[in-house]
Design a protein around this ligand. Structure first.
Ligand code: FAD
Length: 433
């Protein structure tokens, strides 16, 4: 029997170390270099960030989810989950610990599907944290439904020529290479007619038309590129995996990305929760602490229950991924966690705002970004509605229809069957009356 909710003491020590390290050394980076703009290769940032990364490596916490063959520690997803709960508090922490999106997902698919040459060229420096990558899949006219994508890659001798538009390609402007999904065979089902390409970001024909920002960010300083691929030529060996394999690859890529976001969301939501509790215990109004008001107690109780439920579900899902070693086998739970994630973050951040009053909505507290983050979580890597459909379909596979007009648990039917089963005993009772 092993059904345990405790962390190994040795790993707990590492988590304790990470907790303090992130608080003392990494969270301050969010204040001096805020936002999701990652360019640690510039001299000033490199000078600060590289020694922190070295310390993380010394502690054996660098890219923990990857196997030693890929420069990680091979701790798997469950341990990554416990670590990510800490890293989720800070935008910079995943970079310092070698597990930031979108690079983790991109690294995983190159590790799975890349050739030795592709691994040497892209994966090694990516895992070393020397370069950044971009995943370029969504198109301006179609996001949730990849079967509508129209970006084409046509074979021309030893080359592929890519033509089309992509939207919201995060970090394209700081990336060294892009992973581009394109139609390679329009005559078959889109599930078999699309392929992935590894495309260096400086390839002629790649035009970043604008860098779209999230709400509140300055215009054209955002991180999510609208890209025109205009006759972009790449060699035949730029193909990642086999021709027509894009959907299978995307499933691997997005499965990891989604659960990693969920792990970090626990950290962010817990930070809002802790701040709410502190404020409730610090602020007095109408003769008592906020902590003594029933409405506020309700906020705290609901938030605690919501966060704990979500955390246990994420940990269980991470454990299942380690067990099956295949994201696809855990698709239902990854999708369910993805569905819950925006609601948990939204609700807890909203209550934290409310308990802080005017200060809560001000730009002197971090909550408004969490609310926006909750909306982002409901869209990035696929909208909530689509994931609900996935959950429902997967759930229904484990159920079957009634073969009768009446439901299986229809009480009159069950009662009749039960009476028939005990008919003799019932007759005896009646006879004795
Ligand atoms: C911060 C952020 C970063 C992102 N980074 C990347 C990236 O790096 N690379 C990349 O390729 N993409 C990226 N995306 C894009 C993301 O994957 C898409 O936004 C997402 O797939 C939804 O596509 P869409 O925005 O075109 O919405 P649409 O497809 O237009 O959908 C709009 C809405 O329609 C509804 N809807 C859609 N389908 C269904 C359905 N089947 N049933 C019911 N309702 C439905 C939902 O309410 C949905 O939100 C990012 C998005 C965000 C917000």
């Amino acid at each position: 029997m092993s059904w345990d909710f405790e962390t190994d003491p040795e790993f707990q020590e590492k988590l304790d170390w990470a907790d303090e390290f992130v608080r003392e050394e990494v969270e301050p980076l969010d204040l001096v270099w805020p936002g999701l703009e990652f360019t640690p290769l510039d001299e000033a940032r490199r000078a600060v960030v590289e020694p922190l990364k070295a310390e993380v490596r010394r502690q054996k916490l660098w890219a923990t989810h990857l196997g030693p063959d890929l420069g990680g520690e091979g701790y798997g997803q469950l341990k990554l989950s416990l670590l990510n709960e800490i890293l989720g508090r800070s935008s910079w922490a995943p970079i310092v610990f070698g597990c930031q999106a979108p690079d983790t997902g991109n690294a995983e698919i190159i590790a799975h599907y890349g050739t030795p040459e592709q691994k040497e060229r892209y994966l090694r420096p990516l895992l070393e944290g020397e370069i950044f990558s971009c995943y370029s899949m969504t198109e301006p006219h179609a996001g949730s439904d990849p079967t509508m994508f129209t970006t084409r890659a046509v074979r021309d001798g030893d080359e592929w020529v890519i033509q089309g538009w992509k939207f919201f390609s995060s970090n394209a402007k700081t990336s060294t290479f892009l992973i581009v999904m394109a139609v390679t065979n329009p005559d078959v089902s889109p599930y078999k007619g699309m392929s992935m390409f590894l495309v260096p970001s400086d390839t002629p024909g790649i035009e970043i038309v604008r860098n779209v920002g999230l709400a509140g960010e300055p215009e054209d300083e955002g991180s999510h590129a609208l890209i025109h691929y205009d006759d972009v030529r790449v060699p035949a060996d730029a193909l990642l995996g086999g021709e027509g394999q894009a959907f299978a690859i995307a499933q691997t890529r997005l499965g990891g990305g989604r659960i990693h976001h969920a792990m970090r969301t626990i950290g962010l939501a817990r930070s809002a929760f802790d701040q709410m509790c502190e404020r409730a215990l610090s602020r007095e109004t109408q003769g008592s602490l906020l902590a003594d008001k029933q409405f506020v107690q309700g906020y705290i109780a609901d938030s605690y229950a919501q966060l704990t439920q979500f955390r246990l579900f994420v940990l269980y899902t991470a454990w299942s991924i380690d067990r099956h070693n295949d994201y696809r086998k855990v698709r239902k739970d990854i999708a369910a966690v993805k569905v819950l994630m925006p609601g948990v973050l939204h609700d807890i951040a909203w209550r934290a705002i409310q308990v802080h009053g005017a200060l809560g909505v001000s730009n002197e507290m971090p909550f408004h970004r969490m609310l926006l983050g909750a909306s982002v979580m409901g869209l990035a890597d696929g909208p909530t509605e689509v994931h609900k459909v996935t959950v429902a379909r997967q759930v229904l596979r484990d159920h079957s229809a009634s073969d009768d007009l009446w439901p299986t648990r229809h009480l009159p039917k069950l009662r009749e069957a039960a009476r028939a089963k005990y008919a003799e005993r019932l007759e005896h009772e009646v006879g004795n009356l």
